[in-house]
Design a protein around this ligand. Structure first.
Ligand code: PLP
Length: 375
């Protein structure tokens, strides 16, 4: 069976380095807020051309901490895309705000023409979701943000390293939020997240909020008074173990993105003359292919046939937010989310990860072509 994804292959390649790192880290006697976390924040900020980076417990928390740091209030509205992952919405709800969904375009990204129409007096933030590895139309979204004086929080969980006109994902908004969930472009062996910002005040505030509201010193993560909260916060730390793994893996993230692109190019070449709708990759945007989406109205059947032929695929995501029991009440009156619904039923993703072998990519292509003859 060709797996949709597994961390085990990569682990076999980097095992000795990982274990050496872990031993070094655990021998230090510091489990939180130590040298590994500081190093990782510094390396991440430098790599993605941002002034500050604040690590935290997950991508969901990165979104939540961003909203709390930027002063969200109960009753505020936050606009995002209807086809996003659940956590974008749960972060908005945890912040006490109301999510507003807008439909997607043929590129599966937030439809910027609908964005303007969704803005009300209550709109506090726009969260563009750079889904599947490609950045939204940031020129347009920034223009709207400036015209309406609404801040942007970027959801970059699926787009680390992606660029829009040579500028990195996460550097357009007030903050950029990343996830290090294992399947992501940079994944750890557990949970983790990061916030990028160029605003020093926001940086200091986000650092407090991620750790119970406790004040941190300027240079290092040394707390001014570890038992005194200056404001309300949460607990969302990136521990030393995860930081050490991420520091190590950050070194070859670019190489891995190159390998992803190579596989994507192969899929494009081999499948462009089939009936499958392949990902829409914009010019001037550097797609990092976190996922390789294909669309076919009979997706479910094709996925079943592929599975029988030894290929795992995944539907990401099979339900848009407004069709979920948890959230459908909120969007009863929104009749404008049709494309998100249609696409959720027909999109499925092919295996694509740096360790996928050439003969496996060839087999995937051959079997898809075979399956298409059966539908
Ligand atoms: C688009 C998007 N936003 C946010 C998240 C949340 O990240 P995490 O799982 O690290 O909380 C994810 C990851 O699942 C995601 O794909």
């Amino acid at each position: 069976m060709i797996k949709f994804w597994s961390y085990k292959r990569e682990y076999q390649i980097i095992k000795s380095e990982i274990l050496k790192n872990l031993n070094h880290t655990l021998s230090k006697g510091v489990l939180f807020f130590g040298e590994q976390q500081l190093k990782f924040e510094k390396n991440f900020a430098r790599k993605y051309k941002s002034k500050y980076a604040i690590s935290c417990g997950s991508g969901t928390d990165a979104l939540l901490i961003s909203m709390l740091s930027l002063g969200i209030k109960r009753g505020d509205e936050v606009i995002t895309a209807a086809n996003t992952a659940i956590p974008t919405i749960s972060a908005i709800k945890s912040a006490g705000a109301t999510p507003k969904l807008i439909d997607i375009g043929e590129d599966y990204l937030m439809n910027k023409d609908l964005l303007k129409k969704s803005i009300t007096k209550k709109t506090k933030f726009i969260i563009p979701v750079h889904l599947y590895g490609q950045i939204c139309d940031m020129d347009e979204i920034l223009k709207i943000s400036r015209n309406y004086q609404i801040k942007i929080i970027e959801d970059c969980a699926q787009a680390q390293g992606a660029k829009y006109k040579k500028k990195y994902a996460g550097t357009f908004g007030s903050t950029g939020c990343f996830s290090f969930y294992p399947t992501k472009i940079l994944g750890t062996y557990g949970d983790g997240g990061m916030i990028l910002t160029n605003d020093k005040k926001l940086y200091m505030k986000a650092k407090r909020i991620r750790f119970y509201g406790i004040e941190t010193g300027n240079k290092k993560n040394i707390f001014n008074n570890k038992y005194y909260a200056n404001e309300e916060g949460i607990n969302s730390r990136l521990d030393e173990i995860q930081s050490s793994i991420l520091n190590l893996k950050l070194k070859f993230v670019d190489k891995n993105i190159k390998l992803r692109k190579k596989i994507a190019i192969k899929y494009f070449k081999a499948l462009s003359n089939t009936v499958l709708k392949l990902p829409y990759a914009h010019k001037n945007r550097d797609h990092v292919y976190h996922l390789f989406t294909v669309y076919h109205p009979k997706a479910k059947k094709i996925m079943r046939l592929l599975n029988k032929r030894g290929i795992q695929t995944r539907s990401i995501y099979p339900y848009p937010i407004h069709k979920m029991k948890a959230y459908s009440k909120l969007f009863k009156n929104n009749k404008n989310l049709n494309n998100s619904f249609v696409k959720s039923k027909g999109i499925f993703c092919l295996p694509l990860y740096p360790e996928l072998k050439k003969n496996e990519v060839d087999k995937i292509i051959k079997e898809i072509k075979g399956c298409l003859k059966q539908v």
